[in-house]
Write a protein that binds this ligand. Structure first.
Ligand code: MN
Ligand code: MN
Length: 465
């Protein structure tokens, strides 16, 4: 089925670190040409004068249908990808936990079932290993070959059955490295947390702020110190998810300077909120792990994003209902950790990053689209505007002013952590594989149109080994 030609004319196009006025032509699902194309005829011509033309955003850290701390996230493959689409996200990669007694390969089958007939945008899977036995290790090459070369493990959440010990992490990293993959780690030291939580509870310190006190930066730094050791010992490739500590950042920066293969992301909420939110009466909204930090840490995260010590930003969307969050109202340790954020990431990072002068426009595109696509093997089809790439395109008005709040967002949660935030810049249209899926306030994407993304990591250093 041929969908004809569309020409986006005269917009400011961001490509490979530069911004210039160009036309973008696409036919069917792929970009056909970029440049001065005023002679080309297209059935649909969109005037983008004064607008930015950007690659669709890529969010490689979301938890759809996630069963955690006695509840399940309300973002499924329909509601989650619908909110994503409104936020300019045309590709997601979701975590799939290995179920007790289940084969690792089942993590992919489970998500295929959840996405079938539901997903509006393209999606991939990170398997999460919870049972690091020989059978699991043996299946690593299989999941990598099936397009899921990035596997995640947790260094905490022992009581939720998620923790993996360092000796097993090293084995997984080596197997994964041999297969051409990368190990993602949730870096928090479990022993420190298991010591802090009961002590605080016993002292009657049960309010939301004590969640952050139970997981001070040292909890994260200690886990990152161990990851650096594992990278040294194995030579394997590691990715630290949701980095939120200044000392952890310094450890990773130092390790990278020594040639170790460790990359890190941070998440939207660490750049927007500080731990002051946890002091509010409705502080449970901001309980997440690692916890929100102080303003100084936040400044350092922004700086590190600017100069590529932190490679990218993901949402860590974990959308629990208000009823579920209330489990923690009198006991911080019972609150499901997570903030719904699949939709606002792109807008917030533009407004707080580019409009406030913390990020250049090309760097913004890199951290929301290009770097996640490259690091997680969605490139070259995703993450940048290039001939032959998927026509995943955002038309963006950089001058629009509006106020973000629960009433402007489309996430499935019945509450919002993002309220009354003055915004600069707004998405006008979103195309996914050439199809207009969001036009202003309207989402036209058909349920189930989203496709599985078969990912392959590109790393010249791996080819040599
Ligand atoms: Mn995590
Ligand atoms: Mn997460």
């Amino acid at each position: 089925m041929e969908k004809g030609w569309t020409l986006i004319r005269g917009g400011q196009v961001v490509r490979g670190g530069t911004v210039s006025r160009q036309d973008v032509l696409f036919q069917g699902e792929r970009i056909a040409a970029i440049g001065e194309l005023s002679d080309s005829r297209a059935a649909v011509v969109i005037d983008a004068d004064g607008l930015l033309v950007l690659p669709g955003a890529v969010d490689t850290h979301v938890h759809l249908n996630d069963v955690f701390m006695g509840t399940v996230s309300v973002h499924d493959y329909y509601t989650g990808t619908r909110a994503a689409a409104y936020g300019g996200v045309t590709s997601i990669v979701d975590f799939s936990n290995q179920v007790p007694g289940g084969a690792l390969a089942r993590t992919l089958e489970d998500k295929r079932e959840e996405a079938s007939g539901m997903a509006l945008v393209d999606w991939g899977v990170h398997p999460v290993i919870t049972e690091p036995n020989q059978a699991t290790l043996d299946q690593i090459p299989y999941v990598v070959a099936a397009g899921a070369p990035t596997i995640k493990c947790y260094m905490t959440y022992r009581e939720d059955g998620l923790l993996t010990e360092d000796e097993d992490l090293k084995k997984i990293a080596v197997h994964l490295g041999e297969a051409g993959g990368m190990l993602m780690l949730h870096a928090e030291d479990n022993d420190m947390i298991e010591e802090n939580v009961p002590r605080l509870i016993e002292q009657g310190k049960t309010a939301p702020i004590y969640h952050a006190r139970s997981k001070p930066p040292e909890v994260e730094t200690e886990a990152i110190r161990r990851i650096v050791g594992m990278a040294e010992e194995t030579g394997a490739r590691f990715f630290v998810v949701h980095l939120a500590s200044a000392d952890g950042l310094d450890l990773i920066t130092g390790a990278r300077e020594r040639g170790l293969r460790i990359t890190a992301e941070t998440c939207t909420h660490y750049l927007i909120f500080t731990d002051e939110m946890l002091e509010r009466e409705d502080g449970i909204k901001w309980i997440c792990s690692p916890p929100l930090r102080d303003a100084e840490t936040q400044d350092r995260l922004w700086m590190a994003l600017g100069d590529d010590r932190i490679a990218m930003v993901s949402s860590d969307d974990a959308a629990y209902s208000w009823e579920a969050k209330l489990l923690g109202v009198d006991r911080f340790d019972r609150c499901p950790n997570g903030i719904p954020g699949i939709e606002p990431r792109f807008h917030l990072l533009y407004s707080e990053g580019v409009a406030k002068g913390r990020l250049t426009l090309p760097r913004f595109v890199e951290i929301v689209s290009t770097a996640p696509a490259n690091l997680f093997g969605l490139a070259p089809r995703k993450g940048s505007l290039a001939v032959g790439a998927d026509a995943d395109i955002i038309l963006f008005d950089p001058e629009a002013r509006w106020t973000m709040g629960g009433d402007t967002l489309h996430m499935a949660t019945d509450w919002s952590a993002y309220e009354d935030i003055e915004m600069v810049g707004r998405i006008l249209k979103v195309f996914s594989r050439g199809e207009l899926i969001v036009d202003g306030e309207e989402c036209m994407a058909e349920k189930g149109r989203g496709r599985y993304i078969h990912r392959t990591l590109l790393d010249p250093r791996h080819a040599a080994g």
